[in-house]
Design a protein around this ligand. Structure first.
Ligand SMILES: NC(=O)c1ccc[n+]([C@@H]2O[C@H](COP(=O)([O-])OP(=O)(O)OC[C@H]3O[C@@H](n4cnc5c(N)ncnc54)[C@H](OP(=O)(O)O)[C@@H]3O)[C@@H](O)[C@H]2O)c1
Length: 336
């Protein structure tokens, strides 16, 4: 089969080649990949700053895929040939609390990903792709949408009328705006781009703050919330900004620590954390059960993924470059 192989770190070392088509073993599905979508994780893996010691070489990258089952291994009964499925990043985390070693079973690293004509997905970790979505649309769901959903619903327990702050206008954040709005929350967004802030308002956001114009953006959040702070903050920026996130969140409020765009470590000021009694929870996407619940909600509320651009398989490197430049919504690669 045709596959993109990451032979060493750096986009120059990502090459389109040929490799053997895998055989589905007992319980496994062979999926003809229709489309994949890129996440910051995929770029960080290619660039060598996402757990580089765990990256096999060569690796078929990209975790998030959608496609059609073309063969099944012995004993498969959840899916049949012809069904459309999604990959689910934490392939062994099906429900409840995560086990201690979930990252060892993630697609796109260390398991082979979807940037190839075919991929293997165990029937237990596959999720039925929404009938009303194309493969391109469905491919955007496994990380970006599901992380936003888990942060807002399973962790955040967001109720109508509550306030949510979402950082930036990348993949996770745009889904968070759409989902939180559908849940009845008042969503505020920070962005480096006034044009993107206008665009997220069309998706339901009630206020936008340019974090370049207002580097002390947490003060603007307090002004917008009568000095109180938001009920839930989705932190995708990470780094030192976590201290600002704590100040922007209400007393006894919640922060979902999702990302590390500005840094993988921080110097945390403990006194604001203690006095504000903030809960900060690390988020690592979600179990498969949450994916099924999210798909029902997306269908009920007619939420469609925002796609910035779709690339051909041969142009995968251009797609990675697009993600690095910044995208409004998801960058997708059509594989079929
Ligand atoms: N833990 C998990 O389960 C999980 C799941 C998904 C993603 N993540 C992580 O979350 C982060 C975002 O992922 P993604 O895939 O959504 O990324 P993405 O699509 O590449 O989005 C990046 C966007 O983040 C915004 N941004 C950059 N620096 C910022 C800052 N200092 N403050 C506020 N916004 C900033 C920018 O928005 P503007 O252009 O509007 O400024 C940029 O477009 C990454 O670190 C990723 O690894 C974690």
């Amino acid at each position: 089969m045709k596959a993109w192989l990451l032979n060493d770190f750096g986009l120059d070392n990502l090459a389109l080649g040929e490799t053997g088509t895998p055989d589905p073993k007992a319980g496994e599905l062979l999926v003809k990949v229709g489309a994949v979508s890129l996440n910051f994780r995929d770029k960080a893996i290619v660039d060598g700053f996402y757990e580089p010691h765990l990256v096999p070489k060569a690796l078929i990258p990209v975790s998030d895929a959608s496609g059609t089952v073309v063969a099944v291994g012995e004993g498969v009964n959840r899916f049949k040939v012809g069904d459309r499925v999604n990959s689910h990043l934490y392939s062994r985390w099906l429900d409840g609390e995560p086990g201690p070693d979930e990252p060892a079973y993630c697609f796109g690293m260390p398991l082979p990903g979807g940037l190839a004509e075919y991929m293997i997905i165990h029937e237990e970790s596959a999720v039925r792709a929404p009938d009303n979505m194309s493969d391109e649309e469905a491919s955007t769901l496994p990380i970006a949408a599901l992380t936003a959903w888990f942060s807002l619903v399973d962790y955040g327990q967001i109720q109508p009328g509550q306030t949510v702050l979402v950082q930036g206008t990348g993949g996770v954040s745009i889904f968070a705006v759409q989902l939180a709005t559908a849940l009845g929350a008042n969503v505020m967004v920070t962005s480096s781009s006034d044009a993107n802030l206008e665009a997220v308002k069309k998706l339901g956001a009630v206020a936008g703050i340019n974090y370049r114009t207002y580097p002390r953006w947490e003060e603007e959040v307090l002004k917008l919330t009568n000095g109180k702070g938001v009920d839930l903050l989705l932190d995708v920026a990470g780094g030192e900004g976590l201290n600002q996130s704590i100040l922007a969140t209400k007393a006894a409020g919640k922060i979902a620590q999702i990302g590390f765009l500005t840094g993988q470590s921080t110097t945390l000021s403990l006194m604001p954390l203690i006095f504000r009694q903030t809960t900060v929870r690390g988020i690592a996407v979600a179990p498969r059960s949450a994916f099924d619940r999210m798909n029902a909600f997306l269908n009920e509320h007619a939420i469609r993924p925002v796609i910035d651009q779709i690339y051909a398989l041969e142009d995968a490197r251009k797609a990675f470059e697009h993600l690095a430049r910044g995208a409004f919504g998801k960058v997708v690669i059509n594989v079929s």
